[in-house]
Design a protein around this ligand. Sequence first.
Ligand SMILES: [Zn+2]
Length: 566
Amino acid sequence: MKFLKLKLLLPIIFIFPWAINSQIEYPKDYFSKPVEIPLVLSGNFGESRSNHFHSGLDIKTKNKEGLKIINSADGYISRIKIAHGGFGKALYIDHPNGFTTVYAHLKKFNKEIENYIKKIQYKRQSYEIDLYLNKNDFPINKNDVIAFSGNTGSSSGPHLHYEIRKSSNQKPLNPILFGMHVDDSRRPEIKSVYAYNNVDINNYKSDPIKLSLKKINDSIFKTSEINLTGNSGFGINVYDRQDGANNKNGVYNISTYYNDELINSINYNGFLFEESILINTLIDFKHYINNKERVIKLFKTSGNKLSFYEKENNGLINIKPNYSEFKIKISDIEKNSILIIIPINSEKEIITYQKKEKLDLAIYNKKINNDLNYNFISGEQKVNIPKNTFLQNVDLYINLSKDSLKIINPNIPVFKNIKVIFPNSNSNQGNYLANIDQYKEETFITSYLNADNNFETKTKQLGTFYIKNDSIPPIIKNSNFKNGEWISNKNYLKLKILDKETGIKKYRGTINGKWVLFEYEYKRDEIFYEFDKYYVNKLKNEVEITVEDMVGNISIYKSIFYRKSN
Ligand SMILES: [Zn+2]
């Protein structure tokens, strides 16, 4: 897992051109489904994930790898990407109608593509590759078998991740809108409903009040009654299950009404990748950090420039003094829906909201005005917080001491990178900058030293930074063969590679001194080489593996194997 800590740093742009909604025409019968079996989903479009919205459909592949992946429409391969994390092995196909289909976590490509990409991998001596192709390089027909399903990259089980994007801006769109069919006769299910009393959208600090739920019938739920004042809003935790699987997937539409007047509406039709980090403005981030529950706020707080909304308002309601009702209608894309009724300010006054003591402020010593750029310096230690890092003014605990540097407030999302400089005090080999967060989880941050021998990094991670030392080199172990063994009947070599502390930075495998293509499956701490046409058949062979961890500790493994030459 350590390997994935080299996070992809997405640039955040603070102009939001997508806020102006442009209408997209969705051709309905153009794209055929990418697998031969009926579509059963383990994840759907727009679902809330960690720091992003899910950009496609996760199609189940009967819990196994190797299912045929079918090209959705005529076009050409525009990109082939192979990475240890992320999408693993992925194909991008551009179609003449202006859309791109994406197929990810593949086990392997078809023979033609496989030969093509292998040639480039051997030339560059790299398993990871990101190749952009031109229109005439690799034309491909609708219904061609382009690949076989797998579990490569950051995937937690065999499935196909499938996307349809607008080619011009790579905007992922909901594939179901293109006529992909998934059997779904089940209504969305509501897990919890929260009220937020007296919300200040610019200095958002409200704590959610959980409402109890009563089922009236299959489609109508009523919450406990609540007394609210001023600008109030609501939040929900909701999911949808389709037929054929019990996976808790996302819903398609959430509409809110106050006394039957439409307040706001969210549709998961599409979003730009630049918008994805704004998930942390949609969910109640503080609640998520403290309870691991993602609650979608049905009102916009500052910085929420997401393009999902149908109406230009913030979704808050000004509570009327007398009895009123707030309603939430939640639908999946097949229009199965539920309605939640929230009675407000009834005469009975069953629940009164008790304002919680705000202890937070006392423990934070710095007020950060989001419009300003901040530098905190103590000796060689430096912290730079650029403006717009948080999308609103926040309170932080900042402390620069000899042994550690603290930037703490676990309850706020970070949208821009904070620059951290920390002196490499004793300059020992194997030193690195580590971080510990509110869950006491320790992570490797960087081993990069700048010209002044200081660790320097840009990070969205808050917490306590300090120096640690990793002196233990990676572990390399043969796994499907023994030293000196005859393996004429085996068609691949498999080894375990593992670094317990900082993780693996790079690896390299050779046979008889020649680089060969070892694929790395980080989830299993495994590298494997399938004997291919680049292997020169010999009786006695020496395999050599070199693995380096994030701080430069290197292990070298050598072994002999024998193979009958033809
Ligand atoms: Zn996916």
